[in-house]
Design a protein around this ligand. Structure first.
Ligand code: SF4
Length: 385
């Protein structure tokens, strides 16, 4: 009975997360909690929200969020807000507080918040190089990316030095208890594709504070970089496919698609023995045209290699060519994440076992909640058998 009840609760939470991530939410007080994220590399235009103890990113600056059936009241005295769907009460949410390290600046006057930001509840995230060879012209740019926008708006700096990253990481651990760090980077060249700058940055952070680190880059041209990154202190590695159907990749990310999927697969094969099974992951944006079958097919191949496919719903970012492209429906996400969670379970991979990074944070997707649901269902079946 206990197990059936927790399975039902997990199902309700998973459904609510999938709905909020698809529709977004209208906030009575947009300033509540930690500042929302706008522009930058990777997913953006959303805010960290805690639902039933799970912190996820929910769109708030997108066109669909302005029309969302979901709204949240201003925070009550206990910091929680009532969520309503079309006026009907659905439960309460809260927001992680603004991190304390945001109040500090380096000796030469750079605010720490321009060097790294808090993601989810306890993740420190930085984009080391805020420039990218793929972002030079609109014909090469990944159409979902806003890496240049936050730089143009003065919300970040172009190159975070190893010393600056180490200083901010130490403060974020000491003042805000961050648990792991994500280092991503714009792609600086067509050779190491960012692996070198990840090595320098990770070594400096690890010398300052024992924080688990995920490095994120395109597959480098030489697999020796995997050993170098591991030796520099990178615990987990992300090489992000984003889109998995070749002609869609060529259309949506013409520059990045010059590194074909098969190179990603050989890179995954070489990286897993270095970092360990389940410590290499890839980030895939559902809702850009890949079918459910294409997403699940490649996930099967990835899990077999020991790679964690972190599938997230696409969130359009204002100012990008895809700003009007809708997020996938909650039904589509559930039809992908349910079987994927089962696949991860069968393959012995889980978000919990990842040492650092997006798959561990999980805030951009309901996947880790579906993983828990798969576990609860299995336990319930065993109990009734
Ligand atoms: S899943 Fe990754 S990109 Fe999303 S909030 Fe967490 S660390 Fe940031």
């Amino acid at each position: 009975m206990q197990t059936n009840q927790s399975a039902a609760t997990a199902q309700t939470t998973a459904n609510l997360i999938a709905e909020l991530q698809s529709f977004g939410i209208r906030l009575a007080d947009p300033k509540a909690g930690a500042a929302s994220r706008r522009g930058g590399a990777g997913p953006s235009d959303h805010k960290a929200v805690t639902i039933d103890g799970v912190t996820v990113m929910v769109p708030i600056h997108t066109a669909s969020a302005f029309d969302s059936p979901y709204s949240a009241s201003a925070p009550a005295a206990d910091g929680t807000c009532e969520v309503r769907r079309d006026g009907a009460a659905m439960g309460r949410i809260s927001f992680p507080p603004q991190p304390r390290f945001y109040g500090l600046s380096t000796a030469d006057g750079v605010p720490y918040s321009k060097i790294a930001t808090l993601h989810g509840r306890d993740v420190l995230a930085t984009t080391i190089l805020q420039t990218c060879i793929r972002y030079q012209s609109r014909t090469k740019t990944c159409q979902f990316c806003a890496i240049g926008q936050s730089l143009a708006a003065g919300r970040t700096i172009a190159h975070k030095t190893p010393g600056q990253l180490a200083e901010v990481a130490r403060a974020a651990v000491e003042l805000d208890g961050v648990k792991h760090m994500v280092m991503t980077t714009g792609t600086p060249n067509a050779t190491d594709r960012g692996a070198g700058v990840l090595c320098d940055s990770a070594a400096a952070v690890k010398a300052a504070v024992p924080l688990p680190i995920q490095g994120q880059c395109e597959p480098p041209d030489d697999d020796v970089w995997f050993t170098r990154m591991r030796e520099a202190g990178i615990d987990s590695l992300g090489m992000h496919l984003e889109v998995v159907t070749p002609d869609l990749r060529a259309r949506i990310m013409p520059g990045k698609a010059s590194v074909p999927i098969e190179r990603y697969m050989t890179a995954f094969e070489a990286a897993v023995p270095v970092f360990g099974r389940g410590q290499v992951s890839t980030y895939i944006l559902a809702g850009l045209g890949d079918t459910r079958e294409a997403l699940l097919d490649i996930s099967g191949r990835l899990v077999a290699l020991g790679v964690y496919p972190f599938i997230v719903p696409f969130v359009p970012i204002s100012g990008t060519p895809l700003e009007d492209h809708p997020s996938p429906s909650p039904e589509f996400m559930a039809s992908v994440l349910g079987p994927l969670a089962q696949m991860l379970r069968d393959g012995g991979l889980s978000a919990e076992k990842v040492k650092a990074g997006c798959a561990k944070c999980g805030a951009c997707s309901a996947l880790s909640t579906f993983e828990k649901l798969a576990g609860e269902k299995l336990a319930a079946e065993r109990e009734t058998a």
